[in-house]
Design a protein around this ligand. Structure first.
Ligand code: ZN
Ligand code: ZN
Length: 374
């Protein structure tokens, strides 16, 4: 089977599942504005420059051919990438075109993605709907819910992104020296990602040495890396549309006993979390299994974020591994497991791997073991 055939079947399946969902909810169509949802349903890859600078929207009617509305800048990509979609180009904005399309389509209840729609655009949509006697229905998560479980083909793409990310990490790690600046290392990582064929970094790379590592989302600075301090490196890339996300914490030169104890504790928490992952357990239960280990050693307050998050077309998506996530995991979900301990003034240790939930349990997608086995 050619790649192209597989692709069309995938998209038809996704649209089919969404339409079934619309039917159950009594919705006639969904307007899709969230970039990864747009990509997932149509194959159109363009992201948004910003939430107020959209590269287009989909209109998925319950019956009939789906539409992709975009502007001149994206017309050629849209026509090439969104097989099965009718591509319409707007000159005076989305709502102007939408008015023409919706008139006479028989759509009575139109859902829109209220979690990715500017309030000012929503106000205009509501006015337009009133004029056309359509009921606008705010909807969240309709497409995100479909994206939670990945197909085997999607998992292979994610695995490829994970392995390429590890290659980049290894190359940089082998040349890592005290005296390099955090920024220098981050730039090297992101350049290598591009050189090795990634679409882009999945997020701004974190390289945080010593005390900077106590900030979980530190921005790489001009600070020079020193010997003996923990250096948190959190990096991810996008390959063929799918993301990877990995954190390693490394030490140059000798590691003291305090560091070693903290590394071991974080790794034990990570393994406890991974051991818990299987279909039927909730994100909260997995989080608790890891958190218990860190809290038991007295560092509970120094692990202030969730254990992990889903990864796919977006680097942060559902499901969550956190005390608040009460839904059950299912086969096909892909999550990070990333416990950390952050000590102001000293630094941080975070270890992050990606795991796919399988029918019988789970599979760790990472192969890199740097500073995991101490
Ligand atoms: Zn990360
Ligand atoms: Zn992460």
């Amino acid at each position: 089977m050619s790649n192209f055939t597989v692709k069309v079947i995938d998209f038809m399946d996704r649209l089919g599942r969404l339409k079934k969902n619309l039917r159950t909810r009594g919705l006639d169509a969904l307007l899709v504005t969230q970039p990864q949802n747009r990509h997932y349903l149509s194959g159109f890859r363009a992201g948004d420059m910003n939430i107020n600078e959209s590269s287009g929207a989909l209109l998925i009617p319950r019956r009939g051919r789906p539409l992709l509305m975009t502007d001149f800048r994206y017309q050629l990509e849209a026509e090439a990438e969104a097989a099965g979609f009718e591509v319409l180009v707007y000159k005076r904005g989305l709502l102007d075109l939408l008015e023409k399309i919706l008139a006479g389509k028989g759509i009575k209840r139109l859902a829109f993605e209220s979690h990715y729609f500017l309030h000012q655009t929503a106000a205009k949509l509501v006015n337009l709907a009133k004029k056309l006697e359509i009921e606008p229905v705010p909807a969240t998560g309709l497409v995100e819910r479909l994206r939670l479980c990945k197909s085997p083909a999607e998992i292979e793409k994610i695995r490829a992104a994970v392995l390429l990310n590890e290659q980049v990490f290894q190359e940089v790690f082998q040349t890592l020296r005290a005296g390099m600046s955090e920024r220098q290392v981050a730039i090297r990582i992101e350049t290598l990602m591009r050189e090795k064929g990634a679409d882009a970094p999945a997020f701004e790379t974190i390289v945080a040495g010593g005390p900077n590592g106590a900030k979980p989302h530190a921005v790489p600075s001009e600070r020079l890396l020193g010997k003996g301090e923990p250096i948190v490196m959190d990096m991810g890339l996008v390959l063929d549309g799918y993301c990877s996300d990995m954190t390693r914490t490394v030490v140059l030169g000798e590691m003291d006993e305090t560091s070693r104890d903290i590394f071991r504790l974080v790794r034990a928490a990570q393994l406890a979390g991974i051991k818990m992952i299987r279909p039927g357990v909730t994100g909260a239960e997995v989080d608790r299994a890891a958190r218990r280990i860190i809290a038991g050693a007295g560092y509970g307050k120094r692990f202030g974020h969730g254990l992990g998050h889903g990864v796919g077309l977006a680097v942060h998506e559902g499901p969550g591994l956190s005390p608040r996530y009460k839904r059950k995991l299912k086969a096909g979900m892909v999550v990070t497991v990333e416990p950390g301990i952050y000590l102001p003034g000293w630094g941080g240790v975070r270890l992050e791997n990606m795991v796919a939930v399988t029918e019988g349990g789970c599979e760790v997608l990472n192969t890199d073991t740097t500073f995991l086995e101490l």
